[in-house]
Design a binder for this molecule. Structure first.
Ligand code: SAH
Ligand code: SF4
Ligand code: F3S
Length: 463
């Protein structure tokens, strides 16, 4: 969850001041990227960033519903704003994102103080929707939309690393997951629109871009045959080549990859293109073939391992991260142990873990073989301690090595340090200045000798 707090170079009001706004973002990078675009729209409309959430004239919660706890948090935030609106009827309350899409009208009934409920496919339409609110309507925007190119400049949180959506939605049907029902069908953006956005970012000084999609390696499969280019179907491999040489951009990343669409060709392209970083985020979800089948993931753990082995063969310096779910319905002790053993086998740099949470309108939620809460808690604790142990072991390879770090900002927890990431995506801290040298700036690449490792971050000194 993040809130916009840092002032941005790009904030320029075009119209007169309409009041102040506050955005709180829950959930994944997709939501964060949507918030940056909605923030850009509000700035263009003449809203200014509020200094405090509880004083803002417009509140926008960009919500997540991936698990029940994500959902509950939004309701507690909303209650506070609804009370505020009783004292200040001019306060505008907007609920955007995945929970908004899932709950729709129910949200308006449950919290009638809300002015606008808008699903993720409507993010680029915020201005039109707000105009309807200004005309006195309570607005619900959750119908299926073709996502139009956004003509507003996003107000981005970082001035160094930018997110660029390349495919919206998800066409999979994992039996536990709400995403397809809240984010809709896959819609790939054209290579031309993507390239133009990256070129604009490069022009204003961005150094790193992360291409975003729920299943990024499925990019292009929704294009019709006549939209293909001379090299055949548009794929992520093609796109990476197409955008690679944009001047000014020094690093390219992409997330999230689905094992079903991850090809050797893609790995070969990544190995060949110097700006593509050695980091792959490929969720496996479970180490048990029985559970994978019940999740309808469409691959076996053997094919997953083959992909990872090929990455390690062709790009041996790569870091590999993943997501996993424990205590899925019907998961036995044996199934769970298979998940633990895949973590030991592959030696992941990081695994985002979660206990299964039943979600509305998903098949697995109605199965009778749900596991008890205490099993969920125990398994989550056990997997997390293994993930931490393995991550720390993996980090040993950085000890005393020299890493190229792209500086992103001052460490907010210790302003005598700068922070950035290695090409493998490890967060790295180092002193702002040494021996009275001038301090380096965000956007610069520096070489750092690593002298301290923790499970999920590194510290070093400039060389
Ligand atoms: N498209 C990506 C993941 C998107 S959702 C993929 O398929 O890999 C992000 C993560 O949330 C998933 O990888 C999964 O680990 C987790 N997740 C999704 N639904 C969940 C649920 N019902 N309970 C617990 N975790 C869930
Ligand atoms: Fe959810 Fe599966 Fe789609 Fe990922 S691929 S977003 S887990 S349905
Ligand atoms: Fe959450 Fe929606 Fe992302 S449900 S994880 S914000 S796609």
């Amino acid at each position: 969850m993040t809130a916009f707090i840092a002032p941005s170079k790009q904030s320029k009001s075009i119209r007169t001041n309409r009041g102040s706004y506050w955005i709180t973002t829950f959930g994944c990078q997709m939501n964060k990227a949507d918030s940056e675009r909605m923030s850009g729209i509000l700035q263009k409309m003449g809203y200014e960033l509020a200094k405090e959430e509880l004083k803002a004239d417009l509140i926008l919660y960009n919500t997540c519903t991936i698990r029940d706890n994500a959902e509950q948090k939004v309701y507690s935030y909303l209650g506070r704003q609804a009370r505020r609106k009783k004292l200040d009827p001019n306060l505008k309350i907007i609920i955007a994102g995945c929970l908004a899409q899932q709950e729709g009208e129910t949200l308006l009934r449950r919290v009638p103080e809300i002015d606008l409920v808008m699903g993720p496919q409507h993010a680029n339409r915020l201005e039109t929707l707000l105009n309807q609110v200004d005309n006195g309507h309570q607005v619900l925007a959750t119908d299926e939309q073709h996502i139009y190119e956004d003509i507003t400049t996003a107000r981005r949180e970082s001035a160094v690393c930018g997110w660029v959506n390349i495919i919206y939605g998800c066409n999979e049907r994992c039996t536990y997951c709400v995403v397809p029902s809240v984010r809709g069908k896959e819609q790939s953006r054209t290579p031309q629109a993507i390239k133009k956005e990256i070129e604009e970012l490069a022009k204003i000084g961005y150094k790193e871009i992360t291409l975003l999609g729920q299943n990024i390696d499925a990019y292009g499969r929704d294009f019709k045959a006549y939209e293909y280019n001379e090299s055949g179907q548009l794929t992520l491999s093609y796109l990476l080549e197409y955008i690679h040489d944009i001047e000014g951009i020094e690093r390219i990343r992409f997330a999230t990859s689905h094992p079903r669409y991850f090809t050797k060709e893609l790995i070969d392209v990544c190995a060949r293109l110097p700006k593509v970083c050695e980091h792959f985020h490929i969720p496996f979800q479970s180490g048990s073939n029985k559970i994978l089948k019940n999740m309808a993931r469409g691959y076996t753990i053997q094919t997953y391992k083959e992909i990872i082995n090929y990455i390690k063969q062709v790009m041996p310096k790569s870091s590999v991260t993943a997501d996993a779910i424990v205590a899925f319905p019907g998961e036995t002790k044996q199934d769970f142990e298979e998940t633990l053993s895949i973590i030991e086998d592959i030696k992941f740099d990081l695994v985002n873990t979660a206990a299964y949470s039943p979600r509305p309108n998903t098949p697995a939620a109605s199965w009778p073989n749900q596991l008890a809460e205490n099993i969920k808690i125990d398994r989550l604790r056990e997997i997390n301690s293994l993930v931490e142990k393995v991550a720390k072991e993996r980090n040993l390879r950085y000890q005393d090595s020299i890493q190229e770090v792209l500086i992103e900002s001052i460490n907010p927890k210790n302003n005598s340090q700068l922070m950035g990431r290695t090409r493998t995506n490890r967060l790295t801290f180092f002193p702002r200045s040494q021996n009275n040298e001038k301090s380096h700036q965000p956007g610069e690449k520096v070489n750092i000798k690593i002298n301290q490792i923790r499970p999920f971050s590194l510290t070093g000194i400039l060389v």
